[in-house]
Design a protein around this ligand. Sequence first.
Ligand SMILES: *[C@@H]1O[C@H](CO)[C@@H](O)[C@H](O)[C@H]1NC(C)=O
Ligand SMILES: *[C@@H]1O[C@H](CO)[C@@H](O)[C@H](O)[C@H]1NC(C)=O
Length: 209
Amino acid sequence: MIPLLNPLLFPPLLLLTLSIQDPTEACSCFPTHPQQQICSSNIVIRANIKSEKVVEDSSSSLKMIRYEIKQIKIFKGFEKMKDVQYVFTELTSAKCGIKLNISDKKNSQYLLSGEISHDGRVFIYLCNFIKPWNKLTRSQKINLRKKYEMGCDCKITACIEKGCYSTVASQECLWTDWLLESTVYGYQANNSACLKYRDGVCKWHNNLP
Ligand SMILES: *[C@@H]1O[C@H](CO)[C@@H](O)[C@H](O)[C@H]1NC(C)=O
Ligand SMILES: *[C@@H]1O[C@H](CO)[C@@H](O)[C@H](O)[C@H]1NC(C)=O
């Protein structure tokens, strides 16, 4: 789910563009609220990362990274997967591969979100919401349990210029962190979930005062 943004209007700093190995290849992630990233993923798990290995895909013979994990909790995707043992990612960040830190024991427990492929493997990418568990805010941990999912019908629209207030629809929450705080991880990203209330209107909900 890509937010309605005009990339040309976007401050270049906000676009996470990485072209490390091959300058013709790059991975660009639109700034996305954690709730949007959770809603657009079909698997979300909390896991310890045990090991990392470069493996070759048997069908395409392309190399990729396979992380062995120990699942702690599955937040989303349990209809399809019970216990995830491995997650896969592309070899380089230019191809949207994500590097997980396994040497740092304090930060080796992660929140992972990604995609279940048609052959039942879990793939994770740079543009997914992936963070060491202890770097999540308290509200994000609470919202992961249910609230983010409850609000997936609502749309989150990033507001990057003054004036976007006037165009907001009732099924939409306006994400203003960049405008007000010049950061993607501002108050709303750290604390809020966009939920649909009984009157059918979507509004930000905060767990903490
Ligand atoms: C991994 O953890 C080590 C030790 O804390 C740290 O120095 C390093 O920057 C981390 N790497 C990444 C990619 O986060
Ligand atoms: C949001 O959380 C991140 C990571 O925990 C932190 O670095 C940042 O300062 C927080 N932002 C606000 C506005 O609290």
